[in-house]
Design a protein around this ligand. Structure first.
Ligand code: GLC
Length: 484
């Protein structure tokens, strides 16, 4: 059956993207539409999103309103169509007119996302479009899920709508939103499964009031039900285990294609892997590394924050640089204390370590398409996109066994596997595995076969979309049963 699905999220590429969440919300709706579902996306009308939406035929299509602190507040509606998917941009006084997407805390993001959540529900009535499913991503639209599961339960317009919540990053919860929930006419929840501090938290509320919950990989779905990765909500998630599942994200294999990437010196695929050497040489040249076709190049493209695990990487990388066993190139930016040890490496090993702070799409392409070992030592990784891109570009991923990394990279054994996987979160474990990778690199035939196995792997959005459609149907089915 074709389903009507309202997608709620704080990001959706190409209109607005801060991280991986934006890629997912940018790709999944059109993959679901290809299966025949009527999927529509509602976003806050950030000025950056509005500017992008101009290129997708942005039109002012009217207004709706939200009752906020007891008074009606008008919500201007913009509409643009991206890859066949209607996107609604919802304005109002709580979306700042500057260039930021996320604010500095709950006093900014609370009103912004709760107002937006209520506006998205008002939008559906305005359009007289009754969704079968409201699909909320991460904490930001949590108030919509809460309203639907509490107040909206008896509302004839919403009674049949199922609620699905996808977890991309559990520690980001938007807690302590009580004052702003009150503005939307909502009190903190009394659900005893929620810890006291999460009764007015947008993530906790979303998880407590969803019909179905999924994480962006099967591995992360298991991990968040345990204390180590549960960010305080593991107890609730364990109680909800029957409704918790994992669906691995896809990769856009048209966008990520070494045969059609202008950042690469020469296009290549698995049958013409020898041509990859050109991009490798261009990478060394453009980043100040010594030209050398034989030395393995270790690459990093990443946000440099706590999650990504680079605090254990600098020591290990230093050890192999000291041995003269590899070169190293990093592209990324983030926390000063994570950047600093890498800047020190670049100073200590000129021509052998190159540290590039910032974002640079062509350089990212050259690293994926030119490095040999792609490093992703994440402390936790709900899914991860870069390891999938690395595989596609013939870079061999070296990852920690966590979340989506564990689900997407198979550890090398002679004749099998797609990358290298280490377990314990420390520099020694990383270094041992890195040395192993560099040793395999010397066995040219083994390495080439390893690259080719990785390049053949496919994590498609079509498969993910089919899994989401099945999840929507499970949520609807469970709801129907409860009502009858
Ligand atoms: C978050 C996670 C990342 C995941 C992305 C998309 O950014 O940190 O692992 O790939 O969401 O689901």
């Amino acid at each position: 059956m074709a389903l009507k699905v309202l997608v709620l999220a704080s990001e959706a590429a190409p209109l607005v993207k801060v991280g991986g969440l934006g890629d997912v919300v940018g790709a999944l709706p059109s993959a679901l539409r290809a299966l025949g579902h009527d999927v529509r996306v509602a976003l806050p009308a950030y000025p950056v999103a509005e500017a992008q939406a101009e290129r997708y035929g942005l039109q002012r299509v009217g207004r709706t309103q939200v009752v906020w602190s007891g008074s009606p507040v008008p919500v201007p509606i913009g509409q643009a169509t991206v890859s066949g998917v209607p996107h609604y941009l919802l304005g109002g006084p709580y979306v700042p007119r500057d260039n930021r997407v996320y604010g500095s805390g709950i006093d900014e993001d609370g009103p912004k996302y709760i107002f937006y959540s209520m506006a998205a529900l008002a939008l559906c009535r305005e359009l007289d479009w009754q969704p079968d499913v409201v699909h909320a991503h991460d904490s930001h639209p949590g108030a919509a899920v809460y309203w639907l599961g509490a107040k909206g339960k008896r509302d004839p317009f919403w009674r049949r709508t199922a609620r699905v919540v996808t977890v991309h990053n559990l520690p980001f919860q938007n807690n302590h939103a009580k004052a702003y929930l009150a503005a939307a006419g909502l009190r903190p929840s009394r659900d005893p499964r929620l810890p006291w501090w999460a009764k007015d938290g947008l993530m906790g509320l979303a998880l407590a009031y969803a019909d179905e919950i999924n994480a962006v990989s099967p591995g992360y779905a298991r991990e968040i039900m345990g204390e180590e990765y549960g960010a305080g909500l593991d107890g609730l998630l364990r109680l909800r285990a029957a409704n918790v599942s994992g669906i691995l994200n896809g990769l856009d294999y048209e966008k990520w294609d070494p045969m059609h990437d202008p950042a690469l010196a020469t296009p290549f695929d698995a049958d013409t892997l020898a041509r990859r050497a050109d991009t490798r040489a261009a990478l060394q040249h453009s980043t100040g590394l010594i030209a050398n076709p034989n030395i393995p190049v270790i690459g990093v493209v990443s946000r440099l924050d706590h999650q990504k695990g680079f605090d254990i990487a600098a020591l290990a990388v230093r050890a192999v640089l000291k041995d003269g066993a590899a070169q190293f190139v990093l592209l990324g930016a983030g926390a000063e204390e994570i950047q600093a040890p890498f800047e020190a490496l670049a100073a200590e090993f000129p021509g052998r370590a190159s540290v590039n702070l910032g974002f640079n799409v062509p350089l990212a392409g050259r690293i994926y398409g030119g490095c040999d070992v792609f490093l992703m030592p994440s402390r936790y990784e709900p899914c991860g996109t870069s390891q999938m891109a690395a595989l596609r570009y013939g870079a061999v991923p070296l990852v920690r066994a966590t979340g989506g990394l564990r689900d997407t990279v198979q550890h090398y054994r002679r004749g099998s596997g797609t990358g290298f996987v280490f377990h314990a979160y420390n520099s020694q474990a990383l270094l041992r595995t890195l040395r192993r990778a560099l040793a395999v690199f010397e066995q040219k035939d083994e390495w080439r076969a390893l690259q080719k196995r990785g390049m053949a792997v496919r994590f498609t959005w079509a498969r993910a979309a089919a899994d989401y459609a099945a999840l929507y149907n499970r949520a609807l089915e469970a709801k129907r049963k409860r009502r009858s």
